[in-house]
Ligand binder design. Sequence first.
Ligand SMILES: [Zn+2]
Length: 345
Amino acid sequence: MAQRIRPLSYAIVATLAAVAIWFTPTLEKRQVFAMEPVVVSKPGLEPADFLLSPLVVEASNTELVDTLAIGGVIRSSLYNALNESGVGVLPPSARHQLAWSLADIFEYKVDMSRDLHDGDKFHLLVERLQKPNGAIIVNKIIGARLALSNSRSPLEAIHFDTPGSSTGQFYDASGMSLRAAFLRAPLTFRRISSVFGARKHPIFGEWRNHTGTDYAAAEGTPVRAIGDGVVIFAGKKGGYGNMIDIRHRNGMISRYGHMRGFASGMRPGARVAMGSTIGYVGLTGWATGPHLHFEIRVNGVARDPKLALQSRSGEPIPADERSLFQKMRNQTLASLNDARANIAE
Ligand SMILES: [Zn+2]
């Protein structure tokens, strides 16, 4: 008897629960504060997450949003710099995420694992969101500026939502999309194990004929195609081990070596899209430790990826949205300038 009643009572409880959830008011209410950014002046001592000054005292089912300006100088790594700059205003998890997000924004312009140097500066304008349960996250990056010490003008990124599209894109100050035909690195920044400075070839040391770039990463790390193209070679080749060559529309070839294995379908003639996984980091061929050997070849000759992949600007903002964009841009750049003036470096 009891055994028959039990499933029935479970069903009743489940139904009641579903009804209760259905009638619970949603937590979508939002309270948005003015665009005046809170400027983080000096990174202080690390407070515990719960000591972050609450944005508002009484709020139970409301999401709170405000704008933060964060900036700093890169000393040991981008990760450390962002981690220090966000102390007191963002919890550690959000600060970690911010380093990866910044790398993602500029991934068509900068190979964050190679192009950063001691003394490079960054400024970010971020939307901080406090959830009803008190958790604080970075809702979005509104604008970013990255001043590389070896380049004359800083890189700038302005977030802009084109009406009708769900995800916003980043544009430079002139309104050109930061997305370009090629990614600057075949591994995502968060997957690269050593992130600073030039490295020697793991086997040959100063190998004069070494024409590629080596990225140290864990075995099995996904390798991505740096641009749309067609596979022209996928197999074993001498010291390269498991190697893939991709021909791109401009005739340039990208080459990936030492891979543990290939993604399925990688054979001559296969089409690949920018960012898609083509294989996995390994140590086949002349490699003592797991790393990706990456080369750019033009007319059969290896070229410096930094020069070969220098991206031309992407698509411009549609004409009918230019005036809206310019307003956003002026506001964002002004806030970034304020941040630069106020943030101790
Ligand atoms: Zn190599």
